[in-house]
Write a protein of this length. Structure first.
Lengths: 256, 312
């Protein structure tokens, strides 16, 4: 545990001591701010039977941002160490591979959650300053939607950040790592949208696509409907992906 | 301290190590010598648990490298080739991080980092970013990292690679100094380094151990352990034939001819001085002589002989 914490603090420092981290935070809050502004403006003319938070969380632009930031924050994790060769001193120190993987994963996940803090701040700001009745009378903010939404961002992050880790462990080139994870996540995300594109799909396919679609999970949770299915789903996929990462990292130890 | 038994490493289609066995005793400084690609780094990586062997076993301090991997790694200070370091950390911060990873805490960590920086004279750059350091300083940071938890065994992969002559001298001095309380295994392809710092040398080529011994004795063990040169005036074919019959001479080659003068180089058996006999022969045959000398085999010759596959 001590070793894990030492590694974790090094990884967290590596994130927050670099200027790139703050540029990413600024860029993401700006993008979220633009989306926020767009929907607040739209609320003036239309009334929506959903919380503002929920409208935003189900919007494609919000997801595009999410799909973009995962590769950005995870591409460095293992690729850089492989490129610099620092993986060798790291793994020949008395540490275990899984400690290294978990420390990197946890740090990336933490940074990912920090990236969504400005977004949450916008929601709180909206709630505190806006007179809801001025926006078509519908409620604009609700606690279940707020907490459920953030919890689902976290759950999806569990899996997506793990995918980023795996991609980064596969190559010593950061750009290739980013492209790999972005491609996997994009395909995964669009599987969930197929249903909208093709309406003559068999029922079983539709059910399957709904079952794996992150946007459907978000629809439930941001409406305050906290079913446990996505929890099991994302936790087990994160565990599977991390164990794959472990195998990739220990590939050199395979006896061929 | 180190016991390696029948260690082999095969990558798909080629053998990097072929049944390598050797032992290193406590407090020894041993040089691991071989041309590039001989299997030095592979052996060191197996010892430090970075790579598994295909077959065979390795023990450090009586512990199997793979069964007790964490315990073994605590006992080793390893400096990989080219000294990979985190460029975004400061020197002291890095050493504290490495010390903590190796199990030091509190006062022990402070003392360990302080001593490692003392030994490698890093105090002046302790606040600098590692990325801004010169090659010499990086090398020292790598050494300090290897030393930080005072491990009984130091494994240094090409510790003087890429340094300038002054820095090389410094690092060699440091390694000699460390020999007192550490066992040191260094790999290198630079011969004088081994002659100057190591008590024993292991010569490896194409994954096989070619020779083990003290640098001085290794030369003596060679089959053709020395050369003699003689420059004579006369018919070169006759001279070559007669020189070849002198006891102890293994091979005669005509090195160059200068009008009537011919310079011959002879490979001579170990511990044999053939000069007197050659002198007598020249007098008897009435050849004029203007040079007669003997050269002892240096480690360099041993190395070249063992690794270039130019046996007679």
């Amino acid at each position: 545990m001590r070793t894990f914490l030492i590694l974790l603090s090094r990884e967290i420092k590596a994130y927050f001591q670099s200027i790139v981290a703050y540029i990413v935070i600024a860029a993401v809050s700006l993008l979220h701010g633009v989306i926020f502004l767009k929907f607040v403006t739209a609320l003036k003319s239309d009334s929506v039977p959903m919380a503002l938070n929920q409208v935003m969380l189900l919007n494609n632009q919000f997801w595009l941002v999410l799909l973009l930031i995962i590769p950005l924050i995870t591409m460095r994790l293992f690729s850089e160490e492989q490129k610099l060769g620092t993986l060798e001193p790291l793994l020949t120190a008395p540490v275990q591979s899984w400690q290294v993987i978990f420390s990197k994963y946890t740090a990336a996940l933490l940074f990912y959650m920090v990236l969504y803090l400005p977004y949450m701040f916008y929601m709180i700001y909206f709630e505190k300053t806006v007179n809801a009745s001025a926006f078509g009378g519908a409620y604009a903010f609700s606690s279940p939607s707020f907490y459920g939404g953030y919890a689902m961002i976290f759950l999806i992050g569990l899996f997506f950040v793990a995918v980023g880790c795996l991609a980064s462990a596969l190559t010593s080139n950061q750009i290739i790592a980013a492209v790999i994870s972005f491609t996997i996540l994009l395909i995964y995300f669009f599987l969930g949208l197929l249903r909208v594109q093709f309406n003559d799909l068999p029922q079983i396919t539709i059910e399957f696509l709904e079952y794996i679609s992150p946007i459907e999970h978000m629809r439930d949770w941001s409406a305050g409907f906290f079913n446990t299915r996505p929890v099991v789903y994302y936790v087990s996929f994160a565990a599977l992906t991390l164990s794959l990462t472990h195998h990739v990292l220990d590939y050199r130890k395979w006896r061929i | 301290m180190i016991k390696v038994d029948q260690l082999s490493k095969r990558y798909s289609g080629h053998t990097a190590l072929d049944s390598v066995s050797f032992e290193v005793g406590r407090g020894e400084i041993v040089g691991f010598l071989g041309p590039n690609g001989a299997g030095k780094t592979t052996t060191l990586r197996i010892l430090t648990n970075y790579l598994p062997p295909s077959s065979g076993s390795a023990q450090i301090d009586g512990l199997d490298v793979f069964k007790n991997s964490l315990e073994v790694r605590k006992r080793i200070g390893y400096m990989p080739e080219n000294v990979p370091l985190y460029n975004d950390m400061r020197v002291k911060e890095y050493l504290r991080f490495r010390g903590a990873l190796k199990g030091l805490k509190g006062k022990a960590l402070r003392i360990g980092v302080g001593e490692a920086m003392d030994r490698t004279s890093l105090h002046e750059v302790r606040r600098k970013m590692i990325g801004t350091l010169s090659k010499g300083f990086r090398q020292r940071v790598g050494l300090a990292d290897a030393l930080v938890n005072r491990p009984p065994l130091l494994i240094l992969d090409e510790p003087t690679n890429g340094l300038d002559p002054n820095q090389i001298r410094e690092v060699r001095g440091l390694i000699k100094e460390l020999g007192g309380d550490h066992t040191v295994l260094i790999s290198t392809h630079i011969l004088p380094e081994v002659e100057m710092t190591c008590g024993r040398v292991i010569i490896i080529n194409q994954g096989k151990i070619q020779a083990i011994g003290e640098p001085r004795n290794l030369a003596g063990q060679m089959r053709s352990a020395g050369t003699a040169r003689v420059e004579l005036k006369g018919d070169p074919n006759v001279i070559e034939g007669k020189l070849g019959k002198v006891g102890g001479v293994r091979r005669v080659t005509l090195e160059r001819s200068d009008a009537d003068w011919h310079l011959f180089v002879m490979k001579v058996e170990a511990n044999k001085d053939v000069r007197e006999m050659i002198d007598r022969l020249a007098r008897k045959e009435q050849w004029a002589m203007r040079e007669l000398s003997r050269k002892d085999v240096s480690l360099e010759d041993v190395f070249a002989d063992l690794t270039m596959n130019q046996h007679d």
